[in-house]
Design a binder for this molecule. Structure first.
Ligand code: FES
Length: 188
């Protein structure tokens, strides 16, 4: 019945134990205040970031017409500060033209039911086979609907992130998010 791996010999002290020191951090459940940084092209998915349940983003630096990408739960999230033209284009599309009909309004409403048409927040993963669509960085091809374009198999999304053309079956996914103030949004 040898239960100890410590052959203490001589006087075996029954109170003696091997201890494993576990560093416990305060990572879980803590919202990371991620400063918005424009046009990220080298995301650094650190392990602690992957574990975060939510991320808070300061959107104040994002100018009209600009977009940023942040990492949330290991996925890229697109945040676009839409122009009035973007919004008008998105709102004017008849539902009959949409393979996955959703109003633009429904895609720019936060968890508190507050509608902010200027902010479009979506998971930047093509709903076909999971590529990251182009169009979130300056100079990238936004596709024929001026939204995002997936170069893998040619899916085109509009300025509301809705699928308009190509093999993707669904619109880009809008995650749960809440504006804590005009400048701060919590995703997740
Ligand atoms: S993964 Fe985007 S079109 Fe196939």
């Amino acid at each position: 019945m040898a239960t100890s791996s410590n052959p203490a010999g001589g006087h075996g002290d029954p109170t003696r134990r091997d201890f494993l020191m576990v560093a416990t951090g305060a990572l879980g459940g803590v919202g990371l205040a991620a400063t918005a940084w424009p046009f990220i092209n080298n995301l650094n998915p650190a392990a602690d970031t992957l574990a975060l349940a939510s991320v808070e983003v300061n959107v104040a630096p994002i100018q009209v017409g600009q977009a940023i990408t942040v990492k949330w739960r290991g996925k890229p999230v697109f945040i676009r500060h839409r122009t009035p033209e973007d919004i008008k284009a998105a709102e004017s599309v008849p539902m009959s033209q949409l393979p996955d009909p959703q109003t633009d309004n429904s895609r720019v409403t936060d968890s508190a039911k507050k509608v902010r048409p200027e902010w479009l927040i979506m998971i930047g993963v093509c709903t076909h086979l999971g590529c990251v669509p182009l169009g979130n960085r300056p100079g990238q091809d936004k596709g024929p609907f001026n939204g995002w374009y997936c170069p893998c198999h040619g899916s085109a999304y509009d300025t509301s992130g809705r699928i308009r053309q190509g093999p993707a079956p669904k619109n880009l996914v809008v995650p749960d998010y809440l504006f804590l103030s005009d400048a701060l949004v919590r995703i997740g």
